[in-house]
Design a protein around this ligand. Structure first.
Ligand code: F6P
Length: 550
């Protein structure tokens, strides 16, 4: 790290990339089935376990040699040193000149907090403020302006101030308090707020305005309309403090909005928005599942942190997941990564990962200002299984280009229909197996004939019904989707993203790419609100404005 201007010296990884390329050439035509045939212990040796998470990465076009070269790349990139820099509070977010210490938020021992420079116990104290508030809401001691208990919590936020809380609520709903509805508003489209407020009584509704900067236009627009909705019910200005809490780093703007300081729950600039669920941004979740479960959530993440920080690279889940992603992104040039949770409760997890991965690693400039030498973040997409099998698995099995897949499977059903679980598990395992093994046209033709199909017809259909196979995937098992396991799962992906950013030499913790659109929107809005005649910079947009006006 170059202390003067915070620009780190990026190592030259040419030799390591060449070694990985050589491994790719060696394995380019290998079939995974042959790798299993050659090594009876493959499934066992390519399974790693940590913090209750099991990663089976045996169904990959990988062997010890390729993995060795990939680990050589990570080592030369300085993953271990950058990891220590993060955990100890170095300024690794060099374009915003900030530390990156979301890991300190879930270290309830307070050891990692020291790296933040905050007085010891500051994080625990703020968390306890949140917990005290959550207990009051859960117990009905926090009441609205008419003295009634809260029956609905509406979280107003967007990006990291929405996706994390919404995903965690969805994932842990089975642990949530009954009798309080939780809703999440993010889009500035009035439909979002309209639908969130549907059926709610202003007198028993609590709004949490979650915004790290408290300047995000969508969030403030929704918050102002929510305030109007409350006032229109006759609450009066004096009623506002009973129905609005704020989560932010910006006390000045919170006060300006009219939310009392005692209703503001804070966090700090060294916590990135998409890494902030562990902070006061998780307030809605603290109310939903309660402090004890939220502590377990934090502890699960802390357990994965400890594993990431101490496990040897070859047994390290985040490093392994990161390198497999780099293998397919950079050596096989796969532009997308599918994340398929076989779990309704994890239905919001792919959307959450889209911000975590694509806003962290969707970068083209390296830490030293030079262009990236390799492709960076893939497009993350996915829907829960088994639904995807009836939507896009056709492409996954028979499309000309396969894409990497993470299957995520919580094994134990926590709800009322455990007898369904065997089918869910069977489908998840069957998909990864079928993708890998495929079925040749010869076998297909033989099976059709054996089933009584005319040989001529069997021959005609065989190509259409054959499966190329050799399509890789990871399977991540979670014993049960508890708060602790969800914490560990999220931390696994956070650290995977971090390791990839180090190999690519980019800053995973800034997001300058969102600025241009925000500024342009203000310009277009001004034109839309002005009388005819004013225009913006490009003719297409002016034409669109004219069409819209008509
Ligand atoms: O998408 C840009 C972004 O700044 C995200 O990084 C952030 O999570 C989101 O907008 C919301 O920001 P805030 O929490 O400050 O309202």
């Amino acid at each position: 790290m170059n202390p003067e201007n915070n620009v780190p010296e990026l190592p030259d990884l040419t030799a390591q990339w060449d070694a990985v390329e050589a491994e790719h050439r060696r394995l380019a035509n290998i079939r995974m089935a042959d790798l299993f045939a050659a090594d009876a212990k493959r499934a066992e040796t390519m399974t790693l376990v940590a913090a209750g998470i099991t990663l089976d990465f045996s169904k990959n076009i990988l062997d010890a040699g390729a993995l060795g070269a990939l680990h050589g790349l990570a080592k030369a990139a300085g993953v271990a040193a950058r990891r220590e820099a993060m955990f100890t509070g170095a300024i690794i977010n060099t374009t915003e000149v900030r530390k990156v210490l979301h890991v300190a938020l879930r270290d309830r021992s307070g050891v990692l907090e020291a790296g933040s420079g905050l007085p010891p116990g500051t994080m625990a104290a703020e968390r306890e403020r949140c917990y005290a508030f959550a207990r009051k809401v859960r117990a009905g001691e926090w009441t609205g302006h008419t003295g009634q208990r809260i029956r609905a919590v509406v979280n107003i936020g967007i990006g990291g101030s929405d996706l994390g809380p919404a995903m965690a609520y969805r994932a842990l709903r089975i642990f949530a308090i009954r009798g309080i509805a939780f809703r999440f508003v993010s889009n500035v489209d009035g439909t979002a707020l309209d639908e969130a407020l549907e059926g709610l009584d202003p007198a028993t509704t609590l709004f949490i305005v979650a915004s790290k900067t408290f300047t995000t236009d969508e969030t403030l627009t929704n918050a102002k309309s929510a305030r109007q909705w409350l006032l229109a019910s006759g609450a009066g200005e004096a009623g506002i403090p009973r129905h609005f809490a704020a989560v932010s780093t910006n006390a000045k703007e919170v006060a300006a909005f009219g939310i009392a300081p005692e209703n503001m729950f804070g966090f700090w600039d060294f916590v990135g928005g998409r890494y902030s669920l562990w902070s006061s941004i998780g307030l809605a979740n603290m109310i939903a599942i309660g402090p004890e479960h939220f502590d377990a959530f934090l502890d699960g993440a802390a357990e994965m942190d400890k594993h990431f920080r101490t496990a040897p690279a070859e047994r390290n889940l985040p490093i392994t997941l990161a390198l497999i992603g780099i293998w397919y992104r950079n050596l096989f040039n796969r532009a997308t990564q599918a994340v398929l949770p076989y779990s309704e409760a994890l239905s919001c997890f792919p959307a959450y990962l889209q911000q975590l991965e694509m806003e962290s690693n969707g970068k083209g400039i390296r830490l030293d200002g030079s262009p990236v030498t390799h492709a960076t973040a893939p497009v993350i997409w996915g829907e829960p299984g088994t639904n995807g099998q009836h939507a896009f698995h056709q492409l996954l099995h028979q499309g000309p280009e396969w894409m990497p897949i993470d299957f995520i499977l919580p094994v134990k059903h926590l709800g009322k229909f455990p007898d369904h679980q065997t089918k869910l598990i069977a489908n998840c395992l069957a998909q990864s197996s079928a993708l890998m093994l495929g079925k040749s046209a010869e076998v297909v033709e033989r099976e059709m004939i054996a089933a009584g199909v005319e040989p001529e017809e069997a021959r005609r259909l065989a190509p259409h019904r054959a499966f190329p196979g050799n399509r890789p995937s990871n399977t991540i098992l979670v014993d049960a989707l508890t708060p602790a396991r969800l914490g560990a799962l999220i931390a696994l992906y956070e650290h995977k993203v971090f390791v990839q950013s180090v190999v690519w030499g980019i800053n995973a913790f800034d997001q300058w790419g969102v600025e241009l659109g925000k500024v342009a929107a203000r310009g277009v809005e001004a034109v839309l609100r002005a009388n005819a005649g004013s225009s913006v910079s490009d003719p297409s947009t002016n034409r669109l404005i004219a069409n819209i006006r008509n």
